[in-house]
Design a protein around this ligand. Structure first.
Ligand code: SF4
Ligand code: SF4
Length: 239
């Protein structure tokens, strides 16, 4: 959740309370010129707030995706064309975009760790240096969460749209077949009066079946997946 704030000296905790944030976020981003993540261990530390925007991330938010958004924002905030700021920023955003869309490669984290210190030292604009600093800070703070996108091909928080999967709930499916008709990728198995099942190998997460289902039986799942049968079974739902 994004909040607009005013420059002041305060703690992250007090700031969140002022904004009416009830649940403790897993991290808070203070926008440029602060350009820093703060984690719960430091919510009581006093800060001189110079940013006019903060973003609070909850358990369901993905920090790899958060970092991608932060970097995209910093990149578009500057019209600097120096090699390190412009090209470095482009490379970093591309790598993070790949990580968040299941295309991350084993060497990506090492590449980011290589690229960022040089960019931090050589970029001419403050935004470029801040971008590199934010990446290094995020890798230190949220390394395992970010790396899981590459090593485990999963998004631990379930926040990355590309890592979400579609499932049909046994408790809700009536076997009407509307989802099969809507699916253009032949990714749904089923027949009348049988609970339909999505073939995860074929599903391209297009969302058409979810929109077509009149029963709300098709759900999108992040880290926690519902239990579904491997193949269609007779409908159990009682009308
Ligand atoms: S999300 Fe799209 S591809 Fe996947 S099962 Fe539904 S309609 Fe088919
Ligand atoms: S998932 Fe929805 S649309 Fe598909 S068969 Fe079940 S009730 Fe019908």
């Amino acid at each position: 959740m994004k909040y607009t704030i005013e420059p002041t000296t305060t703690t992250t905790k007090a700031l969140l309370q002022k904004q009416g944030v009830k649940q403790k976020p897993k991290a808070v981003w203070f926008a440029y010129p602060m350009a820093t993540f703060v984690t719960p261990d430091h919510y009581n530390d006093e800060l001189e707030i110079t940013a006019t925007e903060v973003v609070a991330y909850g358990a369901e938010d993905c920090m790899a995706h958060a970092l991608l958004e932060v970097c995209e924002e910093l990149r578009t905030a500057t019209d600097c064309t120096c090699t390190f700021g412009h090209e470095g920023g482009y490379q970093i955003v591309t790598i993070l975009g790949d990580i968040c869309s299941k295309k991350g490669k084993p060497g990506d984290i090492a590449l980011l760790r290589d690229l960022c210190p040089t960019m931090q030292a050589q970029a001419l604009c403050g935004e470029g240096r801040a971008l590199a600093g934010a990446v290094l800070q995020a890798l230190d703070l949220f390394g395992p969460e970010i790396e899981a996108h590459i090593t485990k091909k999963s998004c631990p928080s379930g926040g990355c749209p590309a890592f979400k999967t579609y499932h049909i709930l046994v408790s809700k499916c009536t076997g009407c077949g509307k989802c099969i008709k809507a699916c253009e990728d032949n990714a749904i198995m089923g027949k009348p009066k049988f609970v339909h099942v999505i073939d995860q190998r074929k599903c391209i997460q297009c969302d058409l079946c979810r929109k077509a289902c009149p029963e709300g039986a098709v759900v999108r799942a992040g880290a926690k997946k519902p239990k579904t049968p491997p193949r269609p079974i007779p409908v159990r739902r009682k009308k």
